[in-house]
Design a protein around this ligand. Structure first.
Ligand SMILES: *[C@@H]1O[C@H](CO)[C@@H](O)[C@H](O)[C@H]1NC(C)=O
Length: 367
């Protein structure tokens, strides 16, 4: 296991784990999204039924029948790691078959993402007129820029762009919904990600210095030369930033090919980071410190350190000192036990009294 468990006695006031898609009552909403990133289709009307009609016309009654799709208690639908093949019509209805809301979603393939950085003078895809069974204009419809991924220090922001087709006088349509069963063979038919540098001041003290989670990366160096670490609650749809020993790991350096000491996963917008060396890694989501990965602190390393220290002192002192060190160790263990117990009691308290809205700063480490 990668993790030393860390326990968090706090709530996430501003963060929701998935991208939430809404549509007004009794309406049909069409939307392009990216594959590989979790979303929730909203339908908060209690007893609901979901039906899915794929772009190929296959119909499916969604009742926890598809492994990566889950109906949430309130009635909404959660799609974990949705695939381009899950493009189609999602209908939320009452038991008497009346429509509550319908979503026509084009999950554009994140593996084909075209990535550019304005700081490297890289240009997004130009508009192009293509013959897709008739001449149509293919263009990128951009989401607004996301917030800067840091505040108070230089950061980066990103925006997502989706492939759209325009065939006047019709309204533009997401490429997958336009093409239906046709394959997206042309290289212009792909989603985009654009990045740029930013520097914004911190509104109130958003960037706090206590992480929500703490993990160890002790696996690294044991048998592998690299490993992936994941930032909880991060997503391609929200601002994410990583630091190694307080040095920011930027898209700019990765895309310019200057820095090979890390690799930000493009298909999750940097939720996952591939690391090659031991350091303290921190991840920020929406400018908040989310997680800290500590370098190895293996017991045998501590023991080796202790032995080296003892050797440095006179041999005569060894027994006395090591006896003392042992008792210190025992005290530490006892303290850890107490802290663990307190953490569990605290958590229980938290669960039983959910009224507390404000996030506190306590972080409790549990082995
Ligand atoms: C590309 O096409 C879209 C849709 O017609 C239009 O809004 C946009 O201004 C065009 N961009 C350029 C650079 O021509």
């Amino acid at each position: 296991m990668l993790a030393t468990l860390c326990l968090v006695g706090l709530s996430f006031p501003t963060l929701w784990a998935q991208m939430l898609i809404s549509c007004s009552y009794k309406n049909l909403c069409q939307k392009a999204l990216l594959s590989g990133n979790d979303v929730v289709l909203r339908c908060d009307h209690g007893h609901t039924q979901w039906h899915f009609t794929s772009i190929l016309g296959d119909e499916l009654f969604l009742f926890n029948s598809v492994p990566n799709i889950e109906t949430l208690p309130g009635g909404s639908l959660k799609l974990v790691n949705p695939q381009p093949s899950q493009t189609g019509l999602y209908r939320c209805q009452k038991n008497d078959n009346t429509r509550i809301v319908e979503y026509e979603i084009d999950f554009q393939d994140v593996k084909n993402l075209h990535i550019t950085h304005t700081g490297l003078d890289q240009k997004p895809l130009p508009n192009e007129t293509l013959n897709l069974g008739g001449m149509v204009l293919v263009f990128t419809q951009w989401d607004p820029w996301q917030d800067c991924n840091r505040c108070g220090v230089p950061g980066e922001r990103k925006r997502l762009g989706y492939c759209y087709v325009e065939e006047p006088p019709e309204e533009p349509l997401a490429c997958g919904l336009y093409l239906r069963e046709e394959e997206m063979l042309h290289s212009r038919l792909r989603p985009e990600l654009q990045l740029e540098a930013c520097l914004v001041p911190c509104e109130h003290d958003k960037e706090i210095h206590q992480p929500f989670f703490i993990f160890d990366t002790y696996q690294l160096g044991k048998s592998t030369s690299n490993m992936w670490i994941t930032c909880p609650l991060a997503s391609i749809y929200r601002p994410v930033n990583w630091e190694a020993n307080s040095i920011p790991l930027t898209w700019h350096d990765q895309l310019s090919g200057q820095d090979f000491s890390y690799f930000l996963d493009q298909s999750t917008g940097g939720k996952q980071l591939k690391i090659f060396w031991q350091a303290t890694y921190k991840c920020f989501v929406e400018q908040e410190l989310m997680v800290q990965f500590n370098p190895e602190a293996r017991p045998e390393m501590l023991e080796a350190q202790r032995m080296a220290m003892l050797e440095a002192q006179g041999a005569g002192e060894v027994t006395a000192r090591s006896g003392k060190a042992d008792s210190v160790l025992k005290q530490l263990m006892l303290m850890l036990l107490v802290v663990t117990t307190l953490a569990l009691v605290g958590l229980l308290f938290k669960v039983l009294c959910p009224a507390q809205g404000k996030r506190s700063n306590q972080i409790l480490l549990v082995k």
